[in-house]
Design a protein around this ligand. Structure first.
Ligand code: F0G
Length: 477
């Protein structure tokens, strides 16, 4: 495999700061051991998310300067619509401030209270909006997606039998729509095959079910189809993406990922009635239908970015960089989700910290430990992210992961080397790591703002400590 360098030159740099272990200890304590609550200035390499963290191109910065800031009828909106029509093939577009704004609107439009919404694994904000609209989410992803070691090339696929079984159980009329995410974030950035999309479409057509996609990472999904699915090796990713989307009635988009912008999102669809409803709602929750909570310049930057993200060379480097990091970890024996996905490397925290139970929050703990080691910020995607069910009980997801999410066009492979070395150091002393417990938990989307503290040392360890360090007890307030 020949070396692949960044398919761009660096024109502007943003200095980042290294920190001492003492500074990091103070910072993580102040953040309640939640990496979401760290200050960015205390972070050395930020792998919290690939969302809104992309570096824009010179063309996008130029487009920004041409933004039309008219309250209504801005030319920037026309640019976005043209770009979506050309690259994604949907006639109608309704901008929103980001992906969850689009999820909010489509959930309100398509879900009648009491209806069911199947999807290929949940995403946090998506499911919350479905539930707030009175829907019940059903996971219809293939079983392999829940197995970090399965080598299935399309672990994001919908399990057609599970989907059919749900239709048989509740009736097609009670299914609001199916939401197919490309790629599947919570499964590890895993793709869905074209054959699977086609097969889901057939079932939908047979039963009159609406088929939408969370197309947030569609370009990365299309690249995997080119790599892995028969008949696509010689096609351009842009063509594959358009073919994928041709099967859907509409999409919700977080522009913060595969449109390479720092903020933005939209709904795109074929049905004019859905557009009309979206426009009725967007003015209430987001802004006028031609800006949807964004500035004109944001729309212009998104119109350019969504085309750039479909470039074959860009994607080969992008996914190659994620793979580079993943392979370094795998070679050192660190348990990761395989195959390595499109936007992130996911560490199997349950296997990494196999002496902790899931209620001792292994992924939350590991994210805090990696930050302490090197200032690298990662994200929990396990029991904390899964939250509580409608009855108030903790959900226990099968996957307990730490996500090392690679921002687009931001870091080099030297940064990836630093990250790999840090994770490997923590792996070597994993047996000494104790879990965390909640000290504050908000009612929804708890992973964003919960606070934690280390679990107390086991009795025998505390006892030994008291003998060795008697001043410890007297110094306590
Ligand atoms: N769908 C998927 C698959 C996502 O990954 C996200 C965001 C959204 C929808 C919501 O979009 O943030 O623009 O409102 N994912 C980010 C992440 C937050 O870090 O994975 P948004």
């Amino acid at each position: 495999m020949p070396a692949i360098a960044e398919p761009y030159r660096i024109k502007m740099v943003e200095p980042i700061r290294m920190t001492s272990r003492d500074e990091r200890e103070t910072a993580i304590r102040a953040a309640g051991y939640n990496t979401f609550l760290l200050r960015s200035d205390d972070v050395y390499i930020d792998l919290l998310t690939d969302s809104g963290t992309s570096a824009m191109s010179d063309r996008q910065w130029s487009a920004l300067m041409l933004g039309d800031e008219a309250y209504a009828g801005a030319r920037s909106f026309d640019h976005l619509v043209e770009s979506v029509q050309e690259s994604y093939g949907f006639p109608y577009v309704c901008p929103t401030h980001q992906g969850r704004g689009a999820e909010h609107l489509i959930s309100k439009i398509l879900i009648a209270p009491g209806q069911h919404v199947p999807g290929n694994m949940y995403f946090t904000t998506t499911r919350v909006h479905q539930e707030l609209a009175g829907g019940t989410f059903h996971d219809v992803i293939i079983d392999e997606a829940h197995d970090p070691g399965s080598q299935h090339p399309f672990k994001g696929n919908v399990d057609l039998d599970k989907f059919q079984a749900l239709i048989d159980q509740v009736g097609a009329d009670n299914i609001a729509y199916i939401n197919v995410a490309v790629t599947v974030n919570m499964a590890g950035g895993q793709p869905v095959s074209m054959a699977n999309i086609r097969a889901v479409r057939e079932i939908c057509d047979r039963h009159g079910i609406i088929m939408w996609s969370d197309a947030t990472r569609l370009a990365e999904n299309a690249w995997f189809i080119k790599e892995r699915e028969d008949g696509y090796a010689h096609r351009r990713v842009a063509e594959i993406a358009k073919e994928m989307l041709s099967h859907f009635d509409g999409i919700t988009m977080s522009g913060k990922k595969d449109c390479l912008v720092n903020i933005g999102g939209f709904l795109a669809m074929r049905d004019k009635r859905v557009l009309t409803k979206a426009r009725e709602l967007v003015v209430v929750y987001e802004g006028m239908p031609t800006y949807g909570g964004l500035a004109g310049r944001d729309l212009d930057a998104m119109a350019v970015g969504l085309r750039e993200a479909l470039d074959d060379d860009y994607l080969t480097h992008r996914i190659g960089q994620v793979r580079y990091l993943g392979e370094r970890l795998r070679e050192a024996g660190v348990p990761i989700v395989e195959p390595i996905g499109g936007h992130a490397v996911f560490i199997d925290a349950a296997a990494f910290l196999d002496h902790l139970s899931q209620d001792e929050l292994p992924a939350q703990t590991l994210a805090a430990e990696i930050f302490l080691d090197s200032g690298v910020r990662t994200m929990e995607r396990g029991i904390v992210s899964a939250g509580r069910d409608t009855a108030g009980n903790n959900r226990h997801p099968k996957l307990e992961l730490v996500r090392l999410t690679i921002p687009r066009r931001v870091y080099t492979n030297s940064h990836m080397d630093v990250v790999a070395e840090s994770v490997i150091r923590v792996f070597e002393r994993r047996k000494d790591i104790r879990g965390l417990q909640f000290v504050y938990e908000p009612p929804t989307l708890r992973f964003f703002t919960s606070r934690f503290e280390p679990l107390p040392a086991p009795i025998e360890e505390t006892a030994t400590k008291e003998v060795v360090e008697p001043e410890f007890a007297t110094a306590a307030p």
